[in-house]
Write a protein that binds this ligand. Structure first.
Ligand SMILES: CC(C)(COP(=O)(O)OP(=O)(O)OC[C@H]1O[C@@H](n2cnc3c(N)ncnc32)[C@H](O)[C@@H]1OP(=O)(O)O)[C@@H](O)C(=O)NCCC(=O)NCCS
Length: 295
């Protein structure tokens, strides 16, 4: 084995197995310097305007609270699980990364940390993250997905995104809704094309089955439209994606995961890359039992 290969495998070993210890040491040292008694517990501070702020280190929470039994899907170096409150910061920055948003551009109609916490309160089983399980950044989300339940079927007229979800805290979630509605999904650029998105779909198909829902639908944004905007309008682009003539990085990926692409939805959400449009995608649960227990 060449020296370079030996160095590489030593580095890999250190990142996979020794990193948690290194992380722990760094967190404890930082807490000591900040005068915080227990580095692994969150603590509250009060801002100048009286706002109470919860402070915690996601790294620290990862080291203290990760339990393999809550992992829904194990991928190489990444685990998919239901979102915990220590994931919210990384879940929001994953959305920013996936949509090429600077922090300054966020706000408006984009989930913030408090919104993700509200989603967990409302429908914990429908919130997902893909987190790194080894190396620097272990415990941080690199992919995320937000869903809610609704009684509104996919055959009803498509509502713009914010109306469909009610508000950024998923006010439209109906605990006994018989359809799952996909409100958001994002994977960081650096982690794409590694099966993380597919994993986030798998756990949601499992959720639909285990809750005995009729199915799942969403509007997949036509994220590749920006490369075709000079040649055609967004409706033509969407129809050609549905017909399989053009590959869209988001909608074709969703069609390849088992969704039926139904129709183009214009003015769905403010997303310049997609000409604000998407495609209604539907998955009917083949195991649905009429009148069965719906979780
Ligand atoms: C859409 C999105 C979530 C997909 O995430 P992802 O993690 O890249 O998805 P996957 O890796 O599972 O699949 C993407 C493609 O990579 C391929 N792939 C998966 N693992 C691979 C690997 N190890 N090597 C090469 N290709 C791979 C998949 O087969 C798939 O291609 P296909 O559809 O032609 O089969 C991501 O591109 C994204 O965040 N986009 C921006 C935000 C967005 O559009 N969100 C959805 C709004 S509706």
């Amino acid at each position: 084995m060449s020296k370079r290969e030996t160095d590489k495998s030593a580095l890999k070993k250190a990142l996979d197995s020794d990193w948690p210890q290194i992380q722990k040491h760094l967190i404890e040292k930082a807490a000591e310097e900040a005068g915080q008694d227990n580095p692994h517990e969150p603590y509250w501070t009060t801002d100048e305007d009286g706002t109470r702020v919860l402070n915690f280190s996601p790294d620290s929470w990862w080291l203290k609270h990760f339990d393999e039994r809550v992992v829904l899907l194990d991928l190489p170096g990444v685990a998919v699980m239901n979102t915990q409150h220590w994931h919210v910061g990384a879940a929001v920055s994953t959305i920013h990364d996936a949509y090429n948003m600077g922090r300054a551009e966020s706000g408006g109609e984009c989930f913030a940390e408090d919104d993700i916490l509200a989603h967990i309160e409302r429908f914990a089983r429908g919130q997902f993250v893909a987190i790194r399980t080894s190396g620097p950044g272990a415990g941080h989300a690199v992919g995320m997905a937000t869903t809610m339940r609704t009684t509104r079927p996919p055959t009803a007229p498509i509502l713009p995104w914010i109306e469909a979800i009610g508000d950024l805290r998923l006010a439209a979630h109906e605990p006994s809704g018989d359809w799952l509605y996909g409100a958001e999904m994002a994977v960081r650029h650096m982690y794409r094309r590694k099966g993380i998105g597919t994993g986030l779909y798998r756990v949601r198909f499992d959720l639909v089955r285990s809750l005995n829902l009729r199915g799942w639908y969403a509007v997949g944004m036509l994220m590749g439209y920006k490369d075709h905007a000079d040649a055609m309008d967004v409706v033509e682009y969407g129809e050609r994606v549905i017909a399989g003539e053009i590959k869209d990085p988001t909608v074709t990926m969703q069609m390849n995961r088992g969704f039926r692409a139904v129709s183009v939805a214009t003015a769905y959400d403010d997303e310049p890359q997609a000409g604000d449009a998407g495609v209604l995608i539907v998955w009917e649960n083949p195991d649905y039992v009429e009148g069965g227990d719906t979780g």
